[in-house]
Design a protein around this ligand. Sequence first.
Ligand code: HEC
Length: 187
Amino acid sequence: MNIPRFKNTLKIGFMLSVSLLLVGQSNSQDNDKQLEITTDLFKCLTEMAKSDSGSYFVDNILGDLAATIEVANSESGGEYPAGSLVSLIPTEVMLKHQSGWNEETNDWEFFELNVSATGSEIISRGTTDVINRFGGNCFGCHQLARPEWDLICGSDHGCAPLPIDRATIMAIQDGDPRCMKENDDDL
Ligand code: HEC
């Protein structure tokens, strides 16, 4: 990794998160609308469905995968159904709770995970204050997606770009350590 650039990204991310912490205080969640999350719900990316755009993977922990895929593949956007789980890289996941859970994030919860061959571990989770390993605030970037995209950034929905390019993203996806065990079994 290019260290000076990484440091800069950290610095920018830190400033962004501090300013977002200042504005992101109003945070009310309705616990009755919260889905129960266990770490086995965070699967190896190749066990999930791939969006037509090919960039990210989706699942639905309530079983309504068809409804989630329909929105993921829509060319005009739409609101993801409850239970939708979305992931671009193994360690970052968005999960949609029941309608009314948290108005500010449109009922999305952000997760930062640690992943290994033995599975996933939650490092942090929440709404407006989850910071990723590059020092960036998940909601800070994702809220910039135009309203019809329901906080999903894609490549052209209005979010600031990630500090990593497409080839790097694909390499990270291919290297999901949670899939390795399965691949070994195939040998
Ligand atoms: C610097 C801004 C930024 C930060 C910080 C950020 N993201 Fe993203 N995220 C993006 C962009 C841009 C994309 C789309 C990348 C692409 O497909 O080219 C994306 C893609 C995703 C996707 C795939 C669906 C989509 O929106 O395209 C998920 C899920 C996701 N991010 C979750 C997270 C989580 C969880 C965090 C925090 C732990 C986080 N992101 C932090 C900008 C950000």
